[in-house]
Design a protein around this ligand. Sequence first.
Ligand SMILES: [Fe+2]
Length: 399
Amino acid sequence: MTTRKRILFVDDEEMVLQGLRRMLRPLREEWDMEFVESGVKALELMAQQPFDVIIADMRMPGMNGAELLNEVMRRHPQTVRFILSGQAEKDLIMKCIGATHQYLAKPCEPDALKATVARTTSLDFNLTNERVRALVSRIDRLPSLPSLYLELNKVLADDQVSTDQIGNVIGKDIAMTGQVLKIVNSAFFGLRREITTPDEAASYLGADILKALVLVLSVFSQFDKTRVSGFSIEELWHHSMEVAAGARLLARCEKADNIVVNESFTAGILHQAGQLVLVSNFPDEYAAVLLRRKNEGLSDIAAERVIFGTTHIEVGGYLFGLWGLPVPIVEAIGLHHQPMLSPERRLGALTTVHVANALLTSGVNATAVDEAYLQEAGLLDRLPEWKSQLESSQSKIAA
Ligand SMILES: [Fe+2]
């Protein structure tokens, strides 16, 4: 049985509300929708009855969308918060980055809106998990979404963008350029010649991969001063790259479209970043996690549950959900140990990251491939092929 989702739309322009109402009429069976024209009215209505999702316009007189969503986050943390914004509102977007789960570009298509809402509300597992929320509220170093990433997004929104232009954006950040080139030239990418400039990197790797690298390098660099004995950031980095490359290989092996290929890589590279957040914010507690791992043979997530009541997987899903990364990526990060919790049963980043992580992790953190999930997705017979593909790519990297 499914319960009807309650969705609240807020826009100061009557015309826009009418348009939305008309456009969304076919969804009346699935959604309970309310439409109000100001933040004040929205808060009044929310005080009377709970909503699953709020979708607010960014520019409104009086209380703007950023202010509204910040207030909603405080009063109704369970409500999933979307902002509708135009391209040129970066300054405002920065103001509600922690309060917003997703950004929807204006004008928005009904199908895209419907799909995003449907998928995000199925992400309840991490967006509304009380323990994660409680933990994250204790974090004073919650990493911020790198502005370089936002800038790249802006440049890439233009279909005509050249790799030179992408290179220029990255090139402005010297430290980032150095790190990107170091990674690009590492064995993981298996390029035949050395890449020496960011625009070369863009044309070799594709813009999406480059964007993922910028994202993960920013996350890692915000934490690289952390020292917790028994925790190796190099190991984590190595594992993340390995899973990213593996997940992408599986997507390619299934001839998945480019979006899935790139999402697999991005999610793979970020799948364990929640651990960095925990390690750097709670070094003493994390030392206790590692001690349990050593003395009791617990896996990281089992020990994290004991110490924190939640895991790096949930924290990662939560963080990247807050940052508004595409839902398939957030889902792949937040559910890579429990793919069955996803409503989807088809090949996507969740599938590739789950399988690559399971096949490429050994020791106390080893997990099994969820064969029942693959069965339901009609992919179980592909598993032997995936195993052999991953094995041969591993031996290439080692060589
Ligand atoms: Fe992993």
